[in-house]
Design a protein around this ligand. Sequence first.
Ligand code: PNS
Length: 190
Amino acid sequence: MPTRKKSAGSSAKRPAAATDGAPTAVYPGSFDPITNGHIDIIRRALRVFPRITVAVAYNPNKDAAMFTPAERVAMIQRALADVGDRIIADSFTGLLVDYAERIGAQVLIRGLRAVSDFEYEFQMTMMNRHLKPKIETVFMMAGEQYFYTSSRLVKEVATFGGDVRNLVPEFVLDRFAERIAKSKRDKKRS
Ligand code: PNS
């Protein structure tokens, strides 16, 4: 496949253009880090869409994330290695709808857990629709075992030594352990 030029604000190679008439779909999020809930949504979405770009959103001016965008992209690639090129992990900064337009995506995928997600998702969908009326948002319902799983809670629990096994892939547990050990070392030094 020919190498394509990177576009501004995104870090990975561009997804191959859909040649089979299927819409190009983007699953955006912070993914700090990817959880088993995200993976569940992606695997469900792959039953509907032939290829999905999983896009890590970041803001270089105010990103209080635990992992860098490149680390988050690498974790997504590793967690979904078995699906091959049906998934492309990428990162972007700026507006999601502008990113979607740049890569030729017509569909945004979002996951819904409980009713409490609805208000936030509804606002985002309406704002994105206001910005780019031709881009549709499609919602996938997470498996019930993931209704309480969020990156924010998983990070908090892991930071205080709680058990987050089964909520994130095994290798993410190791990344948490490394990060926590590093922050302890940094604290001792300062
Ligand atoms: O994982 P999250 O935090 O639920 O994902 C939210 C995300 C990244 C999809 C949203 O914050 C986003 O789209 N950010 C990019 C900037 C943008 O387009 N903001 C306006 C959204 S209406």
